[in-house]
Design a protein. Sequence first.
Length: 215
Amino acid sequence: MKCGDAVITDCCISGFIGHEFAGFCRIAWPDTPVILLSGDPNYVTSCADEFEAASCIQKPYDAAMLLSELRTVTQPVSRELALFPRPSVPPGTHPIETGRYVLSTPPLGRLCDDLKQWVDTRAAGAIVVGPPRFGKTKGIVFGADELREHFGATFPVLRFCCRDYSFPTEGRFFEDLLSDFGHAMSRSGTASAKRARLTQFLIQQACDADHRRLV
């Protein structure tokens, strides 16, 4: 709720103590900025911090100074946009519209810390467990990006999707891994050939990036 564009009050006014009136304004009209005027700089600063005044002006002041402060507190959005203009984003491409975004949360932060520790200690494997619809899939994407940011953009992180089959086979398992990892020859050969191809591919990925490690 607003009572006007702004409230300008002196710290010494008849029938009121200025900072008490400023506090009343903040409670009654929380969206209305308050400008405090006073000849005592210490008084103005302490009261402004306590009652969240939008601006403090020390006496003596002139009309130009007051007008400048008034414009600043009544047009905060315009002032911020002038200093930090919004980027031009074509319609339909913003992450909020496309859904291609991940918000960091404390559980995600702990997951990333564990991932980094496992890589540093060269852990042979690990399992992350979570209930359904808990954000595990998004967490994998976020964790992979975090590992690349921490260890370098060339750090190899491979992701694959676990699929469910009525009649799973060894050949199909290795074929899915090769396909998800982007291997050009994921479908050809026997199960043993696909296993050997996958093993060689993983070794090559780890060695080519000079990290000698692979996630």
